[in-house]
Design a protein around this ligand. Structure first.
Ligand code: PSU
Ligand code: MN
Length: 304
């Protein structure tokens, strides 16, 4: 085993015997939702993965190790503590060598999942190309990591705090298949609509598992992005969100928020200014993604 990995025994056993395992990120816990709903959601998501027949593996950094699988107390600490680092690839060497607590983004979680031998990863939304990126050059390392690491990512699409059109172009450049489950339009996180057609559509876990298998069999490295539209009953119309997003972007510009602070700032601003409605939608869609990801991990058993 890799010397920087600590894998919980149950997860290690599942990986070794080819049972379905689903990786989960921790930035969404430490920086994506307020306490205590973040911890409740993380535990509920793990339970859903289990119910669907897969083993959950929440990933984070502590004590100089990449932890694959957190105990309940450790998971709660990542939700409660104030000084947890947000760790993308750039930050991994520092946070590990300093033995700090680090919550992993999509990029860092994928890398660790791959080191551990996990093929399916569930999150809420990925990072992407920010609005105004032609000036700021703010493009998430999630995208470049997805270009090289063979772990499928299940999300509810891309939040329109980002430039969805540019992000889809960038994903095309990087050779990342983008598949939406059950509809032709690419979803935008809180909403089932985005105004952009999904590059691909597949309707069943078996078809998605087969596409993943085919990509990797070809020797094409990198991810498959699977977009799972938020359930209709939980969705917030894209038009309603747009005003909050515009406000949040203006506030970020006024306060000169840059770099890794941008995404957490926007997420928190929007959550506060929609009186919790966006948080409820966020929780619902992550749970929905957990079920979809577990079903895909189960389907992968028959094709991999
Ligand atoms: N987008 C969301 N919710 C999130 C994130 C993104 O809708 O919680 C988090 C994920 O952990 C993602 C990270 O990997 O933000 C991207 O940060 P950045 O834009 O700084 O790369
Ligand atoms: Mn960024």
């Amino acid at each position: 085993m890799h010397p920087l990995l600590v894998i919980q025994p149950e997860i290690q056993e599942a990986i070794a015997s080819g049972k379905p395992v689903v990786a989960l990120e921790s930035t969404i816990i430490s920086h994506g939702m307020p306490y205590p709903k973040n911890v409740e959601t993380a535990l509920a998501v793990e339970a859903i993965v289990r119910k669907e027949g897969a083993v959950p593996a929440t990933i984070a950094l502590s004590g100089g190790k990449c932890r694959v699988g957190l105990g309940t107390d450790e998971l709660a600490a990542f939700g409660r503590e104030k000084d947890v680092w947000k760790v993308s690839l750039r930050d991994m060497p520092y946070v590990l060598s300093k033995k700090l607590m680090g919550a992993t983004t999509v990029a860092a979680t994928m890398r660790i999942a791959h080191l551990a031998g996990i093929r399916v990863f569930v999150t809420g939304g990925i990072g992407g190309v920010h609005r105004g990126a032609s000036n700021s050059m703010d493009i998430s390392a999630d995208l470049t990591e997805m270009a090289q690491t063979p772990v499928a990512v299940v999300s509810a699409g891309i939040k329109s705090i980002l430039d969805i059109g540019l992000t889809l172009e960038y994903l095309e450049t990087l050779g990342i298949p983008v598949v939406t489950i059950g509809q032709d339009e690419f979803p935008s996180f809180y909403s089932r609509k985005s105004g952009y057609a999904s590059p691909l559509r597949l309707d069943t876990p078996a078809e998605i598992a087969s596409l993943m298998h085919t990509k990797w069999k070809l020797g094409l490295n990198g991810s498959v992005l699977i977009a799972n539209p938020v359930p209709e009953s939980e969705e917030i119309p894209a038009g309603d969100m747009e005003q909050y997003i515009d406000e949040a972007l203006r506030a970020a510009a006024e306060r000169n928020i840059i770099g890794k602070e941008v995404t957490p700032f926007l997420l928190q601003y929007i959550a506060e200014h929609t009186r919790g409605e966006s948080l409820d939608a966020n929780i619902a869609l992550v749970k929905h993604n957990a079920a979809a990801g577990a079903a895909i991990a189960v389907a992968c058993q028959s094709v991999m």
